[in-house]
Design a protein around this ligand. Structure first.
Ligand code: CP
Length: 307
């Protein structure tokens, strides 16, 4: 397999690379069961987390992953950086590259910024979410979680529910699941679900159609009010139309369906409180698996050599 410098999208990866990263995530997760949860794989390497947008789990997950591989981790904090004084992304990168980083993990509100950074530096760049474009490490942890739960992804039926249009998670996770042989369907507000003629992914109209489709997994997307200029739905109406209510949770339980969500969960919007305690709620598994998947991603990438 050719060495890969950057992880920017799932689409850019070969099938072999997707399977290799998922397989080595299994070995990475075994490290969590040891009393010393650390291996020397990236000793002497430096990792920078460069987040221009808020993050709870992705940033901390990458930082834990890098620590467990023995890398040195630097956190770039926007509020205390020169970006607030007007420094451009390019100038910030030039400054940071003078520090000879090996890996840069980038989140930005604009699509394409991680690709720009990747073109301008020797470090391996990992896209930790760019606008509504891509979130490939989320896709890996989601695929890993489904594979762990069911033994395989092929032929599993997954409904992604919510604002598909603005969601980088929906895009990247749908791509990886379909590449692995899953069947994916969408359900959500009409104007926020692209037509199946564009995506090749069937649109289900409502929860009755979801239950009739007999999914193995329902994947609730976070309502991203920060990406929407004016709220498209009162919260109570959204929950009633698209969320997991207590009544729907009983049907989900009866059909033995798993629940996933990328986090952070808006309780009472996408999921009722009881859904978080449901026996097949995989949200905490996703968080734990995020560390293993990100360790595997870091291990898989090869920074360019500095001349
Ligand atoms: N799933 C996800 O990207 O969460 P954060 O925004 O907390 O990183």
């Amino acid at each position: 397999m050719k060495p890969r410098k950057d992880l920017l999208t799932i689409e850019s990866l070969s099938d072999e690379e997707i399977h290799t990263i998922l397989d080595s995530a299994v070995a990475m997760k075994e490290i969590f069961t040891k009393s010393v949860k650390k291996v020397p794989t990236l000793r002497g390497k430096s990792v920078l987390t460069l987040f221009y947008e808020p993050s709870t789990r992705t940033r901390s997950s990458f930082e834990v992953a890098a620590h467990r591989l023995s890398a040195d981790v630097t956190t770039f904090t926007l509020s205390t950086s020169s970006v607030v004084k007007g420094e451009s992304v390019h100038d910030t990168i030039d400054t940071l590259m003078s520090m000879k980083m090996d890996y840069i993990i980038v989140r930005h509100k604009n699509s394409g910024i991680p690709a720009v950074i990747a073109r301008h530096c020797h470090a391996s760049v990992i896209n930790a979410g760019d606008g509504a474009h891509a979130h490939p490490s989320q896709a890996f942890l989601d695929a890993f979680t489904i594979r762990e739960k069911y033994g395989e992804v092929v032929n599993k039926r997954v409904v992604v529910i919510g604002d598909i249009l603005h969601s980088r998670v929906a895009r990247s996770t749908s791509v990886i699941l379909r590449r692995l042989g899953a069947q994916v369907a969408y359900m959500g507000p009409g104007s926020l679900v692209p037509p199946s003629s564009h995506t090749g992914i069937p649109r289900l109209r409502d929860w009755d159609e979801i239950f009739a489709w007999k999914p193995d997994v329902i994947y609730l997307l976070r309502v991203q009010n920060e990406r929407i200029e004016s709220p498209f739905f009162p919260v109570a109406d959204y929950h009633h139309a698209y969320g997991v209510t207590e009544e729907r949770l009983r049907r989900i339980d009866a059909q033995d369906i798993s629940i996933m969500h990328p986090g952070p969960v808006n309780r009472g919007v996408e999921l009722c409180d009881a859904a978080m305690d449901y026996r097949n709620c995989l949200v905490c598994n996703q968080v734990e698996n995020g560390i293993a998947a990100r360790m595997s991603i870091l291990y898989h990438l090869t920074p360019a050599t500095l001349s």
